[in-house]
Every structure is written in C-alpha cells, then in structure tokens.
Design a protein around this ligand. Structure first.
Ligand code: FES
Length: 494
C-alpha cells in the first residue's frame, strides 16, 4: 500500500494516508470529526480545507502526494446545544436493577442526529446532578439520517455505532466525574432518539428506514443490559429505549409525548419538533395522531448556501428598523453564516420590506456580509421546508376533525423550536397564522421525557402505552398531501 504524509497544521499532527483516499476519509480516520453535511458527495461545499492556500472540498481531493492541510473551523465545535426543557413533577420511583450499589446513579440520554445530551441523575432521589452534551460525531458521515443510513448500508454500521457509543460513554464519564463519581455507579440508562439513531446505536440494519416500507425493524421498547452495547456503566445496569412509532416518528417523539403527558391533557395540544424532519403530535387525553414530514435540513443549516448550526458567528436574529434589516450574530462576532432562526427572521423581514414577494421571488441576493448572504435558491429551500411542516399541521387537523382555531396550545420542542421567533414562523407560514399567541417553547422535551422514564419505571411503561395509543398518519399516503403542500409553498401576504 502506497502512503502519503498528511500534515494537519491546526492540529499539529502528521498522519500516514493511503494514496487514492479522499482527504475527508483521511480526516475521519485521523479522528478529526470533520463536518460533511452531504456525506462526501461534493454537493454542499461545507467540508472545505486549505491546501497550498487554496480552499478545496476535502471530499473531492484524492490524496496523491504529501500535503499540508489547514482545516477550516466554520463554527464553534459545540454550537448551541439545547439541554433544558419544561418538565412536569414526577414521582421518584426507579426500578433499580443493581440494589447492591450503595449510591446508585441514573442516566438519561437524548441521542439526536445533530447533538447528544446526557443527563446524570441521583439514584437516591431522582435529582438532576449534571448535564453534558456534544455534537453527534456521526455528522462526519452526513448531516441527515438518510445519508448516514446509506453509509451504513454500503460500509456497515460499525463506524457509526461505535463513534456514537463512545460519545455517550464520554458524556457519562464527564458528567459523573464532575460530581466526584464514576460512571460505573450508573445502574439505569434510558435513551431516546429518532428511529435511525436508535437503530444505529443498537446496530440494527437501517435499510427498512430509508427504503420501502420506511418502517423501523424494531418498534417495541428495548430493555437490555447496557454492557451489551458497549456502555461502560455498572456491569449489571439496564438500558431502556422508549419505543419507535414509525420510520420517522421515533423514541424521541415518544419522549416528548411523555414529557407533555399527552394522555392526560385536557386541552387540545399540537406539539411540533422541527429538525431534519418535522415530527408533530396533535391530540389530548381523548386520543392523539402523530405524523412526520420531510422538512429537509434547511433549518439546521444544510442546503442553505451560507447555512450553519447555531453557534458563534451565526446570524441568529433579524429584524427591521425604519424599513432596514438589522441582524444579530451569536457571540457578537463577524457573521460567518446563518442559522435556522436567522433564516426564518430574515425571510419574514424580506417579505415585510417587499424585497421578496409571496411567491418567494427575491428582488436581489440579500447580503449580511460580503460572504454571508441569502439567495433565491435558499428561499426555495425554505419554501419546501416550511410547506412540508405547514401541510402536516393542516392534515393532522383534518384527520382529527378539528380546526386550527380549536388548538389551544402549540408546544415547540427541540433546539430550532426553542430559538425561533414564533412571530416570524407565522409570518412565513411555517406555522399557520391562526396559531400565533398560543405558541410556547418546551425546550428539549425528548430529553425531559427520557429523564422522567429514568426516575420512574412506571413512566417508562406509560411511554410504551403512549406509543401504542398514538395513531400514525402516513402523509406520503394521504391523497390530499400533495395539494395542501403545493398550496403552502407560497408565503402568506403581509
Ligand atoms: S461537499 Fe464535501 S461533504 Fe459536502
């Protein structure tokens, strides 16, 4: 095997790389965890590195000779990761599988496609002791679950599983040691995540998620020994995954439903969790319907020319003053990109000021800085994403035989839901205008649900019942979806 020497200047590291590999592959092998939103297909332009002073996409550069490479940090490695959320009082009633442990600890993990959050809880009273989070290292294999599943189908799921298991182990070790404890004292771990995260963590093939029938291979709750999937907690600790409902409505949505206690709600409530997919739940104690819609990763920065996740340098808020657009940048730094909440605000302001019409036509590319802008293609991506979510909400209402006016509360879950401005969301039609005034953020509801199930074994059972009670609306099969979706592509008239 012929090799070349690759020097990563910022990391001050030299690695031997097999000739003919892409530089992206070399970065992954070297453990640099590079961002590769399009999975190395050369489409997103976001894996750039500097070679000889020239920026090139790492996934397109085949290693043929010794190189000096500067990696480009487009965003703060941690970014903004949402860890908190609105909980409800829960009785402490864990089912401790290792009664011989003197001072047991519990853990809850929200395994998101973008970020992983681990909560450490006191096994004697259920109190939250600490939280640790990091970006999901699987992002080096693609930004969304389809790319990661495709990678797993082609190359096996080993790399995707092991990097994420290692990440969870790291977070649990850090959370425990910050409390002067050891992760080996953790006796119960409850996990939530979408169906793809669930399958990749448990090393279950993901083919049925991305190909027909688009169903999880395992829907039921999983209860197993944590050590069985590489978690370095107490050797007798149990691992509990809440169930999946469908291919795109996973254990994370069940966690949200558990956090809100949907089965006991008197008020008709709509829960919306927008990430790469928009998962929605509409209902109350009388019944609930769930659906998922392909929002696309526009709100997480992918497919938007200057898109990025929320982190230092991201334009996160835009508003108008005297007819002019003003913006805020996270960290009060120079703008390097635009995150989801900034994108939504900017579109609302461009509509308000007439720089964009309701068909989505921009009069000109809008610049926040010479290299940070929104163009026509970006607005089209936004239209596709917002129409998918809005159409899903309308069809959920039709399916349950209720009107938008009947919805008493809208709960926005997840990072994007936490940071977006509800007024902008209604102005661009991501959420129907009728709902304005009834919208509240519930933070990382999936993580809250996992904590609830960690401290009370009955709540884990309740999560299983909730998943069984929820009716799944398959939007792709709904004959009305296409028509409603096309209607929703237009922006509302302002
Ligand atoms: S262009 Fe290289 S990962 Fe997208």
């Amino acid at each position: 095997m012929e090799t070349c020497r690759i020097k990563f200047v910022n990391q001050n590291r030299i690695v031997e790389a097999e000739k003919g590999k892409t530089l992206l592959e070399v970065e992954i092998e070297a453990g640099l965890v590079p961002d590769a939103p399009c999975g190395g297909n050369g489409k997103c332009g976001k894996c750039g590195v500097l070679v000889g002073g020239r920026e090139v996409p790492a996934c397109r550069l085949l290693v043929q000779e010794d190189l000096e490479v500067e990696t480009l940090q487009r965003e703060a490695a941690g970014g903004q990761i949402l860890i908190s959320g609105a909980g409800r009082p829960v009785e402490f009633k864990p089912e401790l599988v290792c009664p011989e442990v003197d001072r047991p600890l519990l853990a809850a993990v929200d395994l998101g496609s973008t970020s992983i959050v681990a909560y450490l809880l006191d096994g004697e009273n259920g109190k939250l002791l600490g939280v640790r989070s990091m970006l999901n290292p699987q992002r080096q294999y693609g930004a969304d679950v389809v790319m990661r599943s495709s990678y797993a189908m082609e190359n096996g799921a080993g790399a995707l599983s092991s990097c994420v298991r290692e990440a969870v182990n790291t977070l649990l070790r850090e959370a425990a040691s910050a409390n002067g404890r050891s992760r080996e004292e953790i006796v119960r771990v409850v996990m939530v995540g979408n169906a793809c995260m669930h399958h990749l963590f448990l090393e279950i093939p993901t083919d049925t998620l991305v190909l027909a029938p688009y169903e999880p291979r395992v829907k039921e709750a999983v209860v197993m020994e944590a050590a069985g999937c590489g978690l370095k907690v107490h050797p007798m600790a149990g691992l509990f995954w809440l169930p999946n409902i469908g291919g795109f409505v996973g254990a994370d949505t069940v966690g949200c439903m558990l956090a809100s206690g949907f089965d006991r709600l008197d008020r008709l409530t709509l829960l919306v969790d927008i990430g790469t997919n928009g998962e929605m739940v509409l209902g109350d104690r009388r019944g609930m319907t769930v659906c998922s819609t392909a929002a696309g990763p526009a709100f997480e920065g992918a497919r938007i020319t200057c898109g990025m996740r929320g982190g230092e340098g991201a334009v996160d808020r835009v508003w108008t003053e005297g007819g002019t657009l003003k913006h805020h940048v996270i960290g009060d730094a120079e703008p390097v990109g635009i995150c989801g909440s900034g994108l939504l605000d900017a579109a609302a302001c461009l509509l308000e000021t007439g720089y964009m019409d309701s068909s989505g036509k921009l009069s000109e590319t809008w610049h926040f800085a010479p290299k940070v802008f929104l163009n026509q293609k970006d607005m089209r991506e936004l239209q596709l994403a917002k129409a998918a979510v809005a159409a899903g909400i309308r069809l959920l209402c039709r399916h349950r035989g209720v009107s938008l006016e009947d919805i008493e509360e809208v709960q926005l879950a997840g990072a994007f839901g936490n940071y977006l401005n509800p007024k902008s969301a209604c102005a661009v039609g991501l959420l129907p205008g009728e709902l304005e005034g009834r919208i509240r953020s519930v933070g990382n509801a999936a993580g809250i649900g996992a904590q609830i199930a960690a401290v009370n074994a009955d709540e884990f059972e309740r999560g299983k019942r909730l998943a069984g009670q929820a009716e799944f609306l398959e939007l792709a099969m709904d004959p009305e979806f296409q028509e409603v979706y096309v209607d929703e592509l237009e922006f509302p008239d302002i």
